[in-house]
Design a protein around this ligand. Structure first.
Ligand SMILES: *Cc1c(COP(=O)(O)O)cnc(C)c1O
Length: 455
């Protein structure tokens, strides 16, 4: 590789910098707009919510951004994460494809999320912030930020989507063990939560609502900033340690993927594994197919509209151009809670529009079937979200068998499912329903998209 595009690894085999794919894209992503004026926002507009260092990363066009020493020191607790060849899964499938997976479940919180939680906690602490407020869907992000908050001495307040709060009491216990406070969302603590509860007292909650609550609290308190676990450019940036390590590890195995697969909720673990490979493809013509897998019950990339929309339900955030189901869309309460977001990362959406990635959607039962097959072959029980990536990889391997091809497939096993065993129990009992989203709600939600002159 040319020097300007080298992913430099330390002696500890952890990358020195995060990789910013924007530097290599053929077209820049659309601007973020102020909902009032319809004009591009500036750093000052985001200052109440985020520390300046993260705002700088959000708009950066630098290819490589150095990882601060204290962040690398924490990464070293579990990074580099292992890259495995799924020999036993290959055998179970009778495929001639070679299947590799990068396992992010070895982090203390059990997923890829600490890769950005640690970085965000570090930068907030460095700028004198005392408290962080955030949302969590399945509880993975809340656990990750609670862990990072404990390491850097920050108070963490988590608004947890109510359906998950009820489904996953042990995720809440984990957050509390790390010292965070966790409340079910919608809550009575914020104006956004009270407004939803007034209309829908039984609201199961959604990531969009929980984001509104967390943003509201940060906007109203000087010592509090907001932390987001996905979607934003700086979050995707921090996750690129995954793909950079994977490239180095595959090199050690004398391999390079023809296909890279990741599941997409807000797009961060997918981008984390895919963007470094995409960078190598854009600058060095190392061809690779990149596949995003999403839930059929919340299919933003495959069924959403590419349009400017709010990131939250109460419309407190700026407008970003993304594949969206509309900010008032509430997906049914399926088990991959981390994938229940109405939108998609603007950067992943932009890559989809540029034709650089593919997307597909699966129902949950077929994903659990894939996850169980994987667990019985490889021993690791995937998070329900990760089962979507497992399913995507298995489908490619089966297709290869049928077509007599032998591609190399790499997927991101972004987390373990040890806190999600109720979902597996329900699956074995035949209680999981392949719910479709409500078409009428989707239509109404899309009809209510904000009107933006710039489009
Ligand atoms: C949060 C989460 C997701 C979804 O978020 P992305 O930003 O799309 O990665 C997927 N898998 C796991 C294990 C998660 O914790």
């Amino acid at each position: 590789m040319s020097d300007q595009h080298k992913y430099v690894m330390g002696e500890d085999r952890i990358p020195h910098s995060w990789y910013n794919v924007i530097a290599d894209l053929p077209a820049p992503p659309p601007p973020v707009l102020h909902p009032g004026t319809g004009q591009p926002i500036g750093p000052a507009d985001l200052a109440p919510l985020f520390p300046m260092s993260l705002i700088g990363q959000e708009v950066s066009t630098e290819r490589h951004i150095e990882i601060p020493g204290p962040v690398r020191d924490v990464y070293r607790m579990w990074r580099p994460t292992p890259l495995y060849r799924a020999h036993r899964l290959e055998k179970a499938l009778g495929t001639s494809a070679r299947i590799f997976y990068k396992y992010e479940g070895v982090s203390p919180a059990g997923s890829h999320k600490p890769n950005t939680a640690v970085a965000q906690a570090y930068y907030n602490k460095a700028e004198g912030v005392k408290k962080l407020s955030t949302e969590t869907g399945a509880g993975q992000w809340g656990s990750a930020l609670a862990f990072a908050g404990a390491l850097f001495g920050l108070d963490v307040k988590v608004y947890m989507v109510r359906v998950s709060y009820n489904q996953k009491p042990y995720r809440r216990a984990l957050m509390e063990t790390y010292g965070a406070r966790c409340v079910p969302s919608p809550s009575m603590e914020t104006a956004s939560g009270r407004a939803i509860l007034a209309e829908h007292p039984d609201s199961p909650g959604s990531l969009g609502i929980a984001i509104s609550e967390a943003v509201e609290v940060a906007a109203q308190n000087d010592d509090t900033k907001y932390a987001l676990g996905s979607v934003l450019n700086h979050v995707l940036l921090h996750q690129t340690v995954i793909g950079q390590e994977a490239i180095a590890q595959m090199e050690m195995a004398g391999a390079y993927p023809d296909i890279v697969v990741g599941c997409t909720g807000g797009g961060s673990n997918f981008a984390g594994i895919a963007f470094p490979f995409l960078g190598a493809k854009l600058s060095h013509k190392r061809d690779v197919r990149i596949i995003a897998v999403e839930p059929a019950a919340c299919p933003s990339l495959t069924r959403g509209r590419y349009a400017f929309d709010f990131g939250d339900t109460a419309h407190l955030t700026p407008l970003v151009k993304m594949h969206t189901l509309g900010s008032t869309f509430i997906p049914p309460g399926f088990h991959a809670g981390g994938l229940r977001y109405h939108g998609m990362s603007p950067l992943v959406s932009h890559c989809k529009e540029l034709g650089l990635i593919e997307a597909r959607a699966y129902h949950q039962n077929t994903c659990f079937e894939a996850g169980v097959l994987f667990a019985r072959a490889e021993g690791i029980v995937p998070a329900p979200e990760a089962n979507h990536a497992v399913k995507g990889a298995i489908d490619e391997a089966v297709k290869a068998r049928e077509e007599g091809r032998s591609p190399t497939i790499l997927f991101n096993l972004c987390g373990h499912g040890h806190f999600d065993m109720q979902a597996y129990t329900d699956y074995f009992a035949g209680k999981l329903v392949d719910q479709d989203y409500d078409e009428a709600m989707l239509e109404a939600s899309l009809a209510a998209l904000p009107k933006v002159a710039a489009e």
